[in-house]
Ligand binder design. Structure first.
Ligand code: F6P
Length: 556
């Protein structure tokens, strides 16, 4: 990475993708095949289920239930090439400053590069630094896990509380839940993110401060929520333990901002660093994953990194035809921009992945919720769809009704594993039978004729018919291991990048969160000072603040 943005990362004026002939070719193609039902597509190509599949890094992707033909895929690849996807992939892996608005690289792949690989940033190989931090993390985790690291009063650490928000929370909490099976059950892990005092109060209410370690995670170490909770933690700890020196045994920090960490009172010995080329939502495999490593141990953590790396290698090297992240990304473009689907449901049939949809929400929507291109032009197509979801089978008894029979098209990603981590009678087979059944029902539905043939009263036929033709992907892996989780997260990270490249947006900045932060700063000064004379907001905000003040401090 050099000081000047290299040519391929510069904001060159590119045409809007929608103005490219390849985009228009896709529109015309949609006109021809958009009306085709998945029933017809499977009738035309009975072996689709074995043909529209791809496999890498232990993940198997079946995209046969997408409303695409070979021609659709070929046109999508042509669009990808016209938008420069192969060059942009290389630019990312070479550490070019592809985050143009912040003039930074997006080099998450360096976090999982094995020793010996060389990745240059400003002419310096960063891989040794990455491994030096990993080794320090491992040594620290071993000490905590073995009991060699004790609290201020000499008691063993039994509770770990991660304080962070956004990427400094969602990755750690998702990974902890996903890999709980591999975690130390004699350690308690909790995650505090919300500035709502309830989050912190509930996290510590039954804990002994003498046995509690706080991991304060913040890339910037200036985030209001995290710093507020970190100060609350410090007060709570010092109230119980009495002495300022206790901080050294009960607080560690993960950040890129050494000065702010010191200012908070955490010594650099207790700080684990990372770099500006790691975006918050791409940081769960950096030192931000310290709580994950404390839970599952260094060996499992390294296995997770190997899973990430396997998917990185595949993404960088595999042809677009069988490149999983490229396929996932291009299919998302097809569904969103040509079929008009405004959302994507992510449905893991694996209880341990219960926080995976929440994690994906930041990854996908903070990355691709953008309305201008790299060179600032307003887009005239939709970008980043809304991602949401719940683990199966719970969702089936909640919102699947709308997916099956509602009026919106909601493409689904089903995620399942062949080997259960908690075999219990036939329950895993039941779980997976549900996954397979949902994909089938969504794709093929049930015609009015089929419903009538079951002697259904005529008035009920429309209600009991299923149109089908709802597209889905199915991602299968052998078992939820640390390696599989790494591969799965990297699959989505890169798929988000592919979509961003097609839309020609910056998937690595997040300016949209700034306005609310600034207005909240102003509002907090007003609502905490009853003497603020004039409120200068709109009439709605003024009235809400006045009402809040009255009820917050009755009698003033
Ligand atoms: O406000 C959004 C954001 O900047 C995210 O991108 C980031 O993950 C989160 O805040 C937390 O930031 P930090 O790690 O610097 O506290």
């Amino acid at each position: 990475m050099s000081a000047e943005p290299p040519p391929s990362a510069r904001c060159e004026k590119a045409p809007l993708p929608s103005a490219r002939p390849q985009w228009q070719a896709l529109q015309q193609h949609f006109g021809r095949i958009g009306g085709k039902h998945l029933r017809e597509l499977f009738a035309d190509e009975p072996a689709r289920g074995e043909q529209y599949v791809a496999e890498a890094a232990g993940l198997y992707l079946d995209y046969s239930k997408q409303r695409v033909t070979d021609e659709t895929l070929s046109l999508l690849r042509q669009l990808a090439v016209a938008c420069g996807l192969p060059a942009r992939i290389e630019a990312m892996f070479r550490g070019e400053r592809i985050n143009v608005t912040e003039h930074r690289a997006a080099l998450q792949a360096a976090l999982r590069a094995p020793t010996g690989e060389r990745i240059l940033v400003d002419g310096k190989d960063v891989v040794p630094e990455v491994h030096a931090v990993l080794d320090r993390m491992a040594a620290f985790c071993d000490r905590v896990r073995s009991g060699a690291w004790t609290g201020h009063s000499g008691k063993r650490i039994r509770n770990v509380i991660n304080i962070g928000i956004g990427g400094s929370d969602l990755g750690p909490v998702m990974a902890f839940e996903a890999l709980r099976h591999y975690s130390r059950r004699d350690l308690v892990f909790r995650f505090v993110s919300n500035v709502d005092g309830t989050d912190f109060a509930e996290a510590v209410r039954d804990l002994d401060a003498a046995e509690t370690l706080f991991v304060i995670c913040s890339k910037t170490f200036t985030t209001q929520e995290t710093l507020t909770n970190a100060h609350a933690a410090r007060d709570w700890c010092l109230r119980a333990l009495g002495e300022e020196q206790a901080v050294a045994k009960h607080f560690v920090a993960v950040s890129t901002n050494t000065a702010e960490v010191k200012k908070f009172g955490i010594a650099t010995d207790n700080m684990f660093g990372f770099w500006d080329w790691v975006g918050g939502r791409y940081s769960m495999d950096s030192a931000i994953g310290l709580s994950t490593m404390l839970a599952i141990g260094p060996e499992h953590f390294r296995a997770m990194l190997a899973g990430f790396h396997a998917m990185d290698e595949h993404f960088r090297g595999a042809p677009l035809e069988r490149n999983l992240p490229a396929l996932l990304g291009l299919l998302a473009i097809w569904n969103s921009n040509f079929l008009g689907a405004p959302t994507v449901a992510v449905l893991p049939y694996e209880q341990y992945l219960k926080r995976f949809p929440a994690y994906l929400q930041q990854l996908t929507m903070e990355s691709n919720g953008k309305h201008v291109t790299l060179d600032g032009a307003r887009v005239d197509y939709s970008t980043g769809p809304i991602y949401w979801g719940e683990p199966g089978t719970n969702g089936q008894h909640s919102f699947y009704q709308l997916i099956h029979q509602g009026t919106q098209l909601i493409p689904c990603d089903f995620i399942g594993f062949c080997q259960p981590l908690n075999p219990l009678g036939e329950q895993h087979d039941l779980l997976m039978a549900n996954l397979f059944a949902q994909g089938e029902a969504l794709a093929f539905g049930k015609t009015a004729g089929e419903v009538r043939a079951e002697d259904t009263p005529a008035a009920l036929v429309p209600h009991r018919s299923f149109e089908g033709n709802r597209p889905s992907n199915t991602i299968l892996a052998e078992q939820l291991t640390p390696h599989a989780l790494g591969a799965l997260v990297a699959l989505y990270e890169h798929s988000v990048f592919v979509q961003g490249v097609i839309w020609n947006i910056d998937s690595f900045d997040q300016w949209g969160v700034e306005l609310g932060k600034a207005l909240a700063k102003r509002a907090v000064a007003e609502i905490t000072s009853p003497d603020t004379p004039e409120l200068g907001h709109d009439s709605s905000t003024n009235a809400l603040i006045r009402r809040y003040r009255r009820l917050r401090q009755p009698g003033t």
